[in-house]
Write a protein that binds this ligand. Structure first.
Ligand code: C5P
Length: 232
């Protein structure tokens, strides 16, 4: 079976407070998403990549990969899960039910091939995701009063807690069916794995590198730039 990367890139990135969606901010004179695409398109096991873009995206034509024949384009949806479903629909007739789809946030430009190797080396049904164990002590908070003050309720056992990263890898048909079920039943999907869990399928957590950050806030850009310049 084959691997099909799907990169949702149709978000507006409000938390970034920039003049354009974060995937088009410049990192080393290059669009953020071009770094992510570079990593994907140079990985030997990937032949084509699905890019999920806003229909009226004015920046994409300036991407280094805008005319790359290995890219299949799909249109974004209202929520991330709609975008991913549109990406899956773009593979209709190309992917078989048993092929693997590799969903990766385009906003994680520091992904390394070694983490893809690691993920695929342990991959079994129903799938696997990159994740990092939490390093900090984790507290559950409760709101104290109407001013919004929060106090500690208790310390959560962090041994069992992980940060979910991407890529997240599942069988093509299983992910499509899980996302469709969640949409139909009004379950709010925060990542693709949560849709699988909702359908009683429990993917593996595979420890990935901590530098595979999602660029979310302005200060993340400088960090991503630093990680990209380190030896790869
Ligand atoms: O906003 P957040 O960082 O959680 O978005 C994660 C990824 O999902 C981003 O790469 C973003 O472009 C994408 N996305 C999308 N369609 C949406 C919302 C988010 O493709 N409707």
């Amino acid at each position: 079976s084959r691997y099909w990367p799907i990169l949702p890139a149709a978000g507006v990135g409000r938390r970034m407070m920039a003049d354009r969606p974060k995937q088009y901010l410049l990192l080393q004179q290059r669009f953020l998403l071009d770094h992510t695409l570079e990593c994907m398109l140079s990985y030997p096991d990937f032949e084509q990549v699905v890019m999920v873009l806003s229909e009226d995206d004015p920046y994409w034509p300036q991407s280094d990969f805008a005319n790359d024949p290995r890219i299949l384009r799909a249109n974004g949806g209202a929520e991330r899960c709609h975008s991913v479903l549109n990406g899956l629909a773009a593979l209709d007739g190309l992917a078989t039910d048993d092929d693997w789809v590799v969903v990766h946030d385009v906003a994680r430009p520091c992904l390394r091939h070694s983490d893809l190797d690691k993920l695929f080396s342990v991959l079994v049904a129903p799938g696997a995701i990159l994740a990092t164990p939490t390093r900090d002590t984790m507290k559950r908070g409760v709101i104290v009063d109407s001013s919004g003050k929060v106090r500690i309720d208790h310390t959560v056992d962090r041994v069992q807690l992980w940060h979910a990263l991407t890529p997240q890898v599942f069988r093509y048909a299983e992910l499509r069916d899980a996302l469709t079920t969640c949409l139909a039943q009004g379950y709010e999907v925060t990542d693709e794995a949560s849709a699988m869990e909702y359908c009683q399928q429990f993917p593996l957590l595979v420890e990935g590198r901590a530098d595979n950050i999602k660029v979310t806030r302005p200060e993340d850009l400088a960090l991503a730039e630093l990680f990209l310049t380190q030896d790869r």
